[in-house]
Design a protein around this ligand. Structure first.
Ligand SMILES: [Fe+2]
Length: 279
């Protein structure tokens, strides 16, 4: 759900560079697919990936339960963060942007129905793959369950990477989620790399659909986490990134383990009612 008035700000000739890149989507995708198959990836070896998420995660539980969102700095051990950064995938392994309202490249999408081996190009990046595996682990899912504090046991729903650069933006919106309050959807956006200061692509929280409804904009996008409850009336997005900026994120969505087991197929087929927010 997004604000119709704000969509006028996204019409050509505004954001002309992004509109032109979107028009070229098919050609850009074809070139990336070709290069993605033939270009070799040379990576540092995995040093260690034990307990990559710091206790700062749990330290934010009170703030999360009060506001339904939390911003956490130093979310990982520094050596883990450094390894993720130095092994960040090449642009040719991302899918070029094709949506002006969410204008960044995405890739490495791991849906709940897939096995990790089916995620395209992931095996070329063992450090990212190991992090994906950790996010899917019982240990980490339990930590997500505990921080949510509502008695709903969570498991991983979907994981993906995003790669944004100057001009990229996400219009303030509320995610499409099931009407069932026990679905328990929660989003974790690991900010792996970014410039500092405003309009660097920090995923921001809004109380409504306008830029003026800003609640919080993170200014540090290096080894931080934005976490928010998608069941709540929380809008999120970020204004067009300023010239010369760039950002990398790992996005991971969790949902109720039981709800997923019972409803996954019906939800993916579009057979379940969607939650409607007022405004
Ligand atoms: Fe969203």
């Amino acid at each position: 759900m997004r604000n119709l008035e704000l969509t006028a700000e996204y019409k050509f000739p505004r954001m002309a560079r992004k509109h032109i890149l979107i028009k070229l989507f098919r050609y850009r995708l074809a070139v990336r697919k070709l290069l993605g198959r033939i270009v070799a990836v040379k990576l540092p070896s995995l040093i260690k990936l034990e307990f990559p998420i710091s206790r700062n995660f749990e330290a934010a539980s009170e703030k999360y339960s009060q506001h339904n969102w939390a911003y956490i700095e130093n979310i990982m051990d520094l050596s883990i963060h450094q390894q993720l950064l130095t092994s960040w995938p090449k642009t040719i392994h991302f899918i070029p942007n094709r949506n002006i309202y969410k204008s960044y490249d995405t890739g490495f999408g791991w849906k709940p129905t897939q096995s990790i081996e089916d995620v395209e190009h992931l095996s070329k990046y063992p450090i990212i793959e190991a992090f994906y595996t950790h996010l899917d682990s019982e240990d980490f899912c339990k930590r997500v369950t505990d921080i949510c504090g509502d008695g709903i046991e969570r498991s991983r729903w979907a994981t993906s990477l995003t790669h944004a650069n100057w001009g990229s933006t996400v219009i303030p919106h509320i995610d499409t989620i099931p009407q069932d309050p026990y679905a328990g959807f929660v989003n974790l956006v690991f900010l792996i790399y970014g410039n500092t200061g405003p309009r660097s692509g920090g995923l921001s929280m809004y109380s409504g659909p306008h830029w003026s409804n800003l609640i919080f904009e993170p200014s540090n996008l290096n080894n931080t986490l934005m976490m928010y409850d998608t069941q709540e009336d929380l809008w999120h997005g970020f204004p067009p990134m300023r010239f010369g900026t760039r950002r990398y994120t790992i996005n991971c969505q969790f949902s109720s383990k039981q709800w997923m087991a019972e409803n996954l197929t019906a939800w993916l087929r579009g057979e379940l009612p969607v939650k409607r927010f007022e405004k």
